[in-house]
Write a protein of this length. Structure first.
Length: 94
């Protein structure tokens, strides 16, 4: 298993190599592929599938990469504040 630092190094290399617009496009594409995998899985009357978990992993990787880049761009925890606000709203709904 890779350490957080190893993952961040890969994320930063990819961001520099492909650029922010391409990385965001890839993130959008991975989210669409996850939706498609979920729908195919449900269509087959199955709760979970290997394809669905693979696409979920891709989305998590892209998410973590974006989170890493935003913190490096000097957002000063602003993303965490929004995260905490959204999570607090969800807790209120429970």
């Amino acid at each position: 298993m890779m350490s957080k630092e190893e993952r961040e190094e890969i994320y930063n290399k990819a961001w520099k190599h492909y650029g922010p617009e391409m990385q965001l496009d890839i993130f959008i594409e991975e989210m669409a592929e996850l939706i498609q995998a979920i729908l195919k899985t449900r269509r087959n009357n199955v709760t979970y599938s290997h394809a669905m978990f693979e696409e979920f992993a891709d989305v998590l990787i892209c998410s973590e990469q974006l989170q890493t880049r935003l913190s490096l761009l000097g957002k000063d925890g602003q993303g965490e504040t929004v995260f905490d606000q959204v999570l607090a709203l969800r807790e209120l709904k429970l």
